[in-house]
Design a protein around this ligand. Sequence first.
Ligand SMILES: *[C@@H]1O[C@H](CO)[C@@H](O)[C@H](O)[C@H]1NC(C)=O
Ligand SMILES: *[C@@H]1O[C@H](CO)[C@@H](O)[C@H](O)[C@H]1NC(C)=O
Ligand SMILES: *[C@@H]1O[C@H](CO)[C@@H](O)[C@H](O)[C@H]1NC(C)=O
Ligand SMILES: *[C@@H]1O[C@H](CO)[C@@H](O)[C@H](O)[C@H]1NC(C)=O
Ligand SMILES: *[C@@H]1O[C@H](CO)[C@@H](O)[C@H](O)[C@H]1NC(C)=O
Ligand SMILES: *[C@@H]1O[C@H](CO)[C@@H](O)[C@H](O)[C@H]1NC(C)=O
Ligand SMILES: CC(=O)N[C@H]1CO[C@H](CO)[C@@H](O)[C@@H]1O
Length: 577
Amino acid sequence: MLSLIFLITCALSWQECLATAQNSTYFNPVLSGWHSDPSCIQVDGTFYCVTSTFIAFPGLPIYASRDLINWRLISHAWNRESQLPGASNQTHGQQEGFYAATIRHHDGEFWVICEYLGLPGGMLATIFKSSDPYTETSWADPITFITPAGDLDLFWDDDGKLYIPAGGAVLLDVDLATGEILDSTALWSGTGGVWPEGPHLYRKDGYYYISSAEGGTELGHYQVMARSTSLTGPYEPCPYNPVLTNKGTDEYFQTVGHADLFQDLSGNWWGVALSTRSGPEWSIYPMGRETVLFPVTWDEGEWPVMEPVRGEMSGWPLPQTDRNLPGDGLFNADRDMYDFPAGSRFPLNLLYWRAPPEGAFSIAPEGGLRISPSRANLTGDGDELDGRLGISFVGRVQTDSLFKFQVLLDAHPPYVDHEAGVTLFLTQNNHADLGIVSRAADSCKNSTERVLRFRAVGDTAPPENIVTVPETWGAGPILLTIEAVNATHFTFLASSDSQTEEPIEVGTVSGRLVSGQSGPFTGTILGVYATCNGSGDGSRCPPDGDVYVKRWTYAGHGQLYTSSEVRPSSNYTSFGG
Ligand SMILES: *[C@@H]1O[C@H](CO)[C@@H](O)[C@H](O)[C@H]1NC(C)=O
Ligand SMILES: *[C@@H]1O[C@H](CO)[C@@H](O)[C@H](O)[C@H]1NC(C)=O
Ligand SMILES: *[C@@H]1O[C@H](CO)[C@@H](O)[C@H](O)[C@H]1NC(C)=O
Ligand SMILES: *[C@@H]1O[C@H](CO)[C@@H](O)[C@H](O)[C@H]1NC(C)=O
Ligand SMILES: *[C@@H]1O[C@H](CO)[C@@H](O)[C@H](O)[C@H]1NC(C)=O
Ligand SMILES: *[C@@H]1O[C@H](CO)[C@@H](O)[C@H](O)[C@H]1NC(C)=O
Ligand SMILES: CC(=O)N[C@H]1CO[C@H](CO)[C@@H](O)[C@@H]1O
């Protein structure tokens, strides 16, 4: 019946009709929240992506999908401090660390190449390999070398020889055994835009294609291509450059670029890129640079044609919806609901800002997440307490425009100025916190009391607000909430666990605080922290300050796909014409 209607109403030939009927619609971003610089491949019908993580640890998350829409977090290429000993604790800057990874599959192995910035010896190229990306421990210690250029790619020529293209379209020939750069060839200078970066090299129909971003990763971002019949050039620029951009438009999805291309099992081409849901106003975009998917038409011998990035997309038939992937990691759009039962594994989607202090986090024998405070607070200062030695802070990426993040926190900071709480965190210089703080109650009796303190750090920070914990709440755990009430504002609420319907609003902050600012490359993280605010010595706080997360939930309540239209969080749709 359905097909009969198609045949009657379709003015095209029946083959074209069927093709039309099968085209899919879906929503961007496909990896929502901070997922910048995506690189993806397809291996035996499963798609794999990696994104940049800068100083977050674990880093270089690997996502897998069978349908291009449901992406499961399956592992991190960088998951053990010992893979790069001492790298994290030497990295000072908030936007250093791992930049612009590339994932490729070769000879049965997955390869992730990436450069690490912020180490004294120069830009460190790292190559992580795994034959089973569903297991974290399968990612070996990286091969490393000092690289003269960043944004590294992996390209095997027809003869099987590996080359490493890098930013500025430079082709590096590296002896991986010694780390020696044997040769460096400039392939193509680009179209003249600033910051030619994130190059990928493809081989198709007798051509070598270079795809590269230019214009910087903000409103002026765009993607260009060039091709040559010889690896070392000369390269002819695509007559339709830029091949992909939202520059100069009033689209909600801006900054589109840093693309990678791959094929599905039906032979259709797709691309991923980063994009920011900011509109041209470029003012409030707490989720930073997210991963978008776009269909690509790439006929034999022709230049690829990329569909412009929008919130609602239409293109090639998507593979059938299939969430049947190994592992227990979240799908990107899923909610968190953790009570950390005794003996359970640490959820894969939780991350730290640099490697955490040793032993600071564990699942308590009676259940719950135990956090030992760090001497460094979230902001940090000076040399010893700037956060390099670890901050007791654990979070998850904000993946929805509208959401509610709630933590039931059992915290009784034993000394004045010690605190634990929840945070809306972009970097150490831009965050808003709702803490349970210990304050001097009566100087004669030397006693302390618990107060709720809302405090924000950064240019547009509202004033601090302190509220005494109501006596009726007793000494039990406190439910702390951060909620995106609309696309521009976050509120901070507290309640006793037994009176959750009457929370106290302790603060409100504009998303401007966590948009760009000191974190132009990263995006907002929601998390829990505990600090003894510099007391103690070495890496140790005074004892007895441990706090317990009894319950941790995060649920999306909506995704904006235009500046004014919201779709439900979590479930994407795809349907035939
Ligand atoms: C930094 O990490 C390395 C490797 O884990 C360790 O040997 C070193 O002691 C750490 N440095 C400091 C100052 O803790
Ligand atoms: C289906 O999607 C592809 C990829 O975007 C496009 O080239 C093609 O024109 C679409 N077909 C129809 C009938 O819309
Ligand atoms: C954070 O720690 C630094 C260094 O110990 C200190 O100067 C600052 O007052 C602390 N800030 C807060 C908000 O506790
Ligand atoms: C943190 O400690 C410093 C001194 O070590 C003190 O001046 C500051 O007020 C404390 N900050 C808070 C927020 O308690
Ligand atoms: C107040 O309490 C702190 C922490 O228990 C202790 O170190 C300090 O000596 C006490 N001060 C007085 C005056 O009792
Ligand atoms: C968003 O919420 C904030 C805080 O409640 C409010 O001040 C602001 O007017 C709201 N914006 C819109 C567009 O409703
Ligand atoms: C309609 C639909 O797709 N529902 C799905 C929403 O997501 C949950 C998991 O998060 C699935 O179980 C539902 O089938």
